[in-house]
Design a protein around this ligand. Sequence first.
Ligand SMILES: Nc1ncnc2c1ncn2[C@@H]1O[C@H](COP(=O)(O)OP(=O)(O)OP(=O)(O)O)[C@@H](O)[C@H]1O
Length: 974
Amino acid sequence: MASRQGSKSRKTGFSNFKGAADSTASSTTSSSKLYQETSIDDGHSSPASSSAQSKQHFFSPDSVPQSAQRSKENVTVTVRFRPLSPREIRQGEEVAWYADGETIVRNEYNPTIAYAYDRVFGPTTTTRNVYDVAAHHVVNGAMEGINGTIFAYGVTSSGKTHTMHGDQRSPGIIPLAVKDAFSIIQETPNREFLLRISYMEIYNEVVNDLLNPAGQNLRIREDKQGTFVEGIKEEVVLSPAHALSLIAAGEEQRHVGSTNYNLLSSRSHTIFTLTIESSPLGNKSKGEAVHLSQLNLVDLAGSESSKVETSGVRRKEGSYINKSLLTLGTVISKLTDVKASHVPYRDSKLTRILQSSLSGHDRVSLICTVTPASSSSEETHNTLKFAHRAKHIEIQAEQNKIIDEKSLIKKYQHEIQQLKEELGQIKQGIVPIPQLNDIGTDDDIVHLKQKLEDGQVKLQSRLEEEEEAKAALMSRIQRLTKLILVSTKTSQTSRLPHRFEPRRRHSFGEEELAYLPYKRRDMMDDEHLDLYVSGEGHHEVRDIACREEKKTRKHGLLNWLKPKKRDNSSSASDQSSVVKSNSTPSTPQGGGSNLHGESRLSEGSPLMEQFSEPKEDREALEDTSHEMETPEASNKVIDELDLMREQKKILSEEAALQSSSLKRLLDEAAKSSPQTEETKEEEIKALNDDIKAKNDQIVTLEKQILDFVMTSHEALDKSDIVQALAEMRDQLNEKSFELEVKAADNSIIQEQLNQKTCECETWQEEVANLKRELSDALELAQETKIEELKQKAKELSESKEQLEHRNRKLAEESSYAKGLASAAAVELKALSEEVAKLMNHNERLAAELAALKSSVPQRGNKTGTTTTTTNARNNGRRESLVKRQEQESSSMELKRELRMSKERERSYEAALVDRDQREAELERIVEESKQREAYLENELASMWVLVSKLRRSQGGGSEISDSVSETLQTDRSF
Ligand SMILES: Nc1ncnc2c1ncn2[C@@H]1O[C@H](COP(=O)(O)OP(=O)(O)OP(=O)(O)O)[C@@H](O)[C@H]1O
C-alpha cells in the first residue's frame, strides 16, 4: 500500500502563500531587529480557527467529490530552548540566546537582535506544554479530516528527538499525539475510525520503510492527487500501545550514530504518518462522506556545522543531511517570496515527500529546537532565521471528505454488513428439532422413531456444519470490527460541543512507553563523560554505548509484551480505545492481564519464569474464573483471550519480521565475501534459532489459550463457549496452518542455507584454486621478468664494456695526439726561431746589398781622372761583382729557405688546427661516452630497485632474485 502525502497539486497550494511584504498576511512581518510580537492566541493558528468556514471542493482525478473546510492561517512556529547540557556546563559555556517572555527570543550580547514567534519555550518547559501549544490543534484537525504536519527542526543535539520521541519520564510529541488520537476517538461516540500508520526514514537520500525491513530504497511517485511513497507498508493500529510498539520496531531500524556532539545522533529524517479515516457511526454512514486525513510527524536529522571534524561515513551522512535541510530552507524562502516562480521541491527527497504539506493544504507546526550555548550561537541564529522565514508561510488547511467506497473503512464496513447478512441467513436456516414426546400413536412409533433418529442425525450434522460456518463468520466479523475503532461511551452526543473543554488527560501505561529510553540522553552523557571528546578515535567507544542504548530500547519493547498485573488504576489508558463490540475490546493492553505473555527473553528472565510457573497462574485464573459469574466476568475472559491472541499475533509478526530479515541476510550472504560469510552464518543461525523459539512460544501460547478456555469455561455461558471454542478451533487451524507454512518456509530456508553453504564451500575451493593459479602465474611471470632483467643486465654490461674499451682507445689516441701536438709545437718553435734568425740575416744582407748598390755609381764618375787606378779599380770591381753575385745567390738561397720555412710553418699550423679539431672531436666523444655511462648507471640502479621489489614481493623466489642481484652486483662493481 502506498502512503500518500497529501492530495493536492503544488500549483494550487503555492497560490496560497503570501510573502513577508504582504500586509494582509497575518501576524508577523518582523525583520531581524524590528519585531512585532505575535501570539499563539492571535487566532490564526489556534485550534479554534481551524474549521471556521467550509466550502465544497473536488480534487480527485476520477472526480470523487470532496468537501473542504478552509480557513486561512499561518504555520505555527514555536522555538524550544533546551537546557545547557552537562558537557556544555563543564566547558564553561555561556548563554547566548534566551527566551524573553513567551514570544520573543533575544540575543544576550546584542539585545537589539530579537525575533518573535508564536511561542517560545524556555529550558524548563515540559514536552506536554509544547504539545498543547504546538501540536494538539494539528492532531485535533487531523482527527477531523484536516491534514497536519509537525516538524522538529534544529541543529544536531538541540533536542529534536527529545521533543518528538522523548523518554519514559517525558514522552514526546509522537507518543502524545498517538495517545491523543485514541482519546479523541473515545470522545467522539458518533463516529467510527480506522487508523493506519506508516513509518519511514530518508537516509542519505534513500527512502527506507521502517516498518518493513525489506522495504528499502523506495520510490517517490506522483499522481494527480500528490506525491506518495510507493510500496510503503501501512499497519492498521488498534491501540496506542499497538501503534507505539510498531514505532518501537521502526526505531530499531532507524540510522542512529554517535557524533562529537550527540551520542545518539539521528542520521536520517523520519516521517511517522498516521492516516485517519472516519465516518458516522452505524447506519448513518450510508452515503455519507468519509473523512480521510494524514498526520505527519517529522523528526528531522540535525544540520551539522562544517566546523565539526568528521570523516568517512559521518561526513557523507552530514553532507546529505545539510543538503536536504538547505533545500528545505530554499523551499520555505521561495514559498514566502511572492516573486518566486519555481519552488525546488524536487531537489531533495524530504521536500518532495512533504511537498503537499509545505504547499499549503496541511495545518503545519514547526518546532525549532535550539541550544542557548554560546559556542552554537551562530547555528542557533540560523535556526531562528529559518523559523522566522517559515512564519510567513500562509496555509489554507482543508477538511478532506471523500465519498469513496474504496476507502478502507468503507470496505470493512461493507464486508461486516455482508457477513452479518450471511450469518442471519445461516441462523434462519437452522430448523428446530422436533421433540419425541410430541409424536402421536403407538403403531407408528417404531417407524417414526427410526425416521426421526435418521433425521436427527442428519440435522445434527447439518447443525454442526452451520455452527461452524456461523463461528467462522462471527470470528471474521469480530476481527474486522476490531479494526474499526469507536468510543465506548454510550452517549451519542458529538465530540464537537465538548471540544474546548479540557480533555481528560490520559496517562501512559508503563508498558506503552517502554520503547523509549528510560532516561534522558544527556543523563547518559553524564555517565559517559569521557566519551564526549572530539576526535574520530572515540567513535568506537561511543558506538558501543550507542549499541547498549539500542539494547535498552529493545528491552523496552520487550517489556511492552510483559503481562501486566491486574491493576484497576491502569484502566484509564486501557479504555482509551476499545472496539465496536463492547464485549470484545481489542487493545493488547485492555484491562491488563495476569496471563502469560511471551517474549524474546531468554530463560531466567521474568517472563520465562512466568512461563515456567503455569500452575500458579492457572490457580490465579481459576480464582478469577470463580469471580466471573456476571456477563462482565465473561467479557473479561474474552478480553484476556483477546489479549493472548494479540500477543500471539505480535509474536507471529515478529517471527515474520525475522524471517524477512533472515531472507535479507541470506541474500547478503550470497553476495558477500567469504570473510564476512562466517559472521553472517552465525547471524543466520541465531535468527533461525530465534524464529524456532518464537514458533515454540506461539505453540505454548496456544496451549495456554486452550487451557485457559478449559479452566474458565464455567464462567461463560454455553453459547459463548461454543462460540469461543469454534473461534479457538478456527484460530488454531489457522495458526497450525501458518505454522505449517512457516515450518515449510523454514525448511526451504534451511535448504537454501545448506545450498548456499555448499555453494560457499565450492566458491571457497574455487577461490583457493584461483589463488594457487595466481601465485603460480605470478611466480612464472616473475621468473620470466627476472630472466629478461638478467638478459638486459648482461646486454648493458656488454655495451658498457664496449664503451669503456672505446673510451680507453680514445683516451690513448687523444694522449698520442697531444704528444704529437707538443712535438709539433716544439718543432714549430725551433723553426720560428730559425726563421727569425734567417730574417735577421736577410735583412743584414739586404742592407749590405743596398750599400753596395749605392757605392757603384760614384766610382763610374771618377774614371777620367786616373787610368792607373782604373785597372786596379776594375779588378776590385770584378771582385766586388763576384762577391755581389755570391751574395745575391746566397740571398736567393736564403729567400728560398725562408719560403720553405714559411710553407713548413703553414703546414705545421694546419697540422695544429687539424689536431685541435681532432682533440675537440675526441673530447666530444669522451663526453658522450660519459653520459652514456651515467645513463647506464641509472638503468642499473633502477633495475636494482626492481629486483629488490621483486624479491620482497616473492618471498619464495628469493633464490632467483639473489642470483640476479649477484649478477647485477658484479655488473655494478664492474
Ligand atoms: N528540553 C530538553 N530538556 C532536557 N534535555 C534535553 C532537552 N532537549 C534535549 N535534551 C537533551 O539533549 C541531548 C540531545 O538531544 P537530542 O538527541 O534530542 O538532539 P537532536 O536534535 O535530536 O540531535 P540529532 O540531530 O543529533 O539527532 C539529549 O541528551 C537530550 O536528552
